[in-house]
Ligand binder design. Structure first.
Ligand code: DHK
Length: 151
């Protein structure tokens, strides 16, 4: 029997609680509840658990990341508005001992120049952007695969 693996920690940054209402032409009409349901469904298919969270607070997000060391099998993070500003979140992610996938719903490469810089990418194993909320499902699948069989 193999050891049970910890959950995938899914972190959603600022304003993602407003998905569905917020600029639907960019972020689509799905809500954060829809994203959570998709993550749970995908994780269940992969035989892993999901710990799904959202916060507008940088400090709260850093606390979650630090607690994930040694407990979560991977982190999926959409840092949202903290992507291009937070060296502190990057530093917390660098403490984590497992795979990290950075997800953005929209295609940042063809949005404002200031969105192109990501500090978080420096700690990421992989990055997915521009696939809408499907990016979360891809990331969960890959994290579960890495948890079972590290690259
Ligand atoms: C979400 C946000 O809130 C923005 O600040 C990012 C990202 C893009 C997304 O596409 O998921 O620039």
């Amino acid at each position: 029997m193999s050891e049970p693996i910890g959950p995938i920690l899914v972190i959603n940054g600022p304003n993602l609680d407003m998905l569905g209402t917020r600029q639907p032409e960019i972020y689509g009409s799905d809500t954060l509840e829809d994203v959570e349901a998709l993550c749970r469904r995908t994780a269940e298919e992969q035989g892993v658990a999901v710990d799904f969270r959202q916060s507008d607070s940088e400090a709260e997000i850093m606390g979650w990341i630090k607690k994930a060391r040694g407990t979560a099998c991977g982190i999926l993070i959409n840092p949202a508005g903290f992507t291009s500003t937070s060296i502190a979140i990057l530093d917390a992610l660098l403490i984590f001992d497992g795979p990290i996938i950075e997800v953005h719903i929209s295609p940042l490469f063809r949005r404002d120049e200031f969105r192109h810089l990501s500090y978080v990418s420096k700690a990421a194993t992989a990055k997915i952007e521009g696939f809408g909320i499907a990016g979360y499902a891809f990331a969960i699948t890959r994290l579960a695969e890495l948890a079972r069989r590290p690259a």
